[in-house]
Design a protein around this ligand. Structure first.
Ligand SMILES: Nc1ncnc2c1ncn2[C@@H]1O[C@H](COP(=O)(O)OP(=O)(O)OP(=O)(O)O)[C@@H](O)[C@H]1O
Ligand SMILES: [Mg+2]
Length: 112
């Protein structure tokens, strides 16, 4: 299993969510976050407003997926999350050791 963490532009959330839904993704956690990449100290636009502060609003997605789904998920986020402008975000992929569905006690891919 893989654990995929993606930071995207907030206005891209619906488009990315639809693409992930089309792939058959079941579970996802979405969090409103703030961050910056390598242009720290430079301006970035968010909803028409210019941010010169250190942190820009972003949305963080977290998904635990079966091994064979990982590349499709990464590609879907990369292509639908892209505007081509700075600040489009990042995708981080981690090995996932275990998952447990609390209601039933199922574990591993059965818990996804
Ligand atoms: N190395 C990192 N570690 C953790 N979070 C990061 C990292 N790089 C970027 N992020 C997160 O992703 C968001 C978007 O980063 P961003 O797309 O600006 O990266 P970048 O490397 O500056 O690329 P670009 O040149 O396209 O802007 C940041 O606001 C931050 O929340
Ligand atoms: Mg940047």
């Amino acid at each position: 299993m893989k654990f995929i963490i993606a930071v995207i532009k907030p206005f891209k959330l619906e488009e990315v969510r639809e693409a992930l839904g089309a792939l058959g993704i079941q579970g996802i956690t979405v969090t409103e976050v703030r961050g910056h990449g390598r242009q720290r100290g430079h301006t970035e636009f968010y909803r028409g407003a210019e941010y010169t502060v250190s942190f820009v609003p972003k949305v963080k997605l977290e998904l635990a997926v079966d091994e064979h789904m990982a590349d499709k998920v990464i590609e879907a986020i990369q292509t639908t999350g892209q505007t081509g402008q700075i600040g489009d975000g990042k995708i981080f992929v981690l090995p996932l050791e275990q998952a447990v569905r609390i209601r039933t006690g199922e574990s591993g891919t059965a818990a996804l």
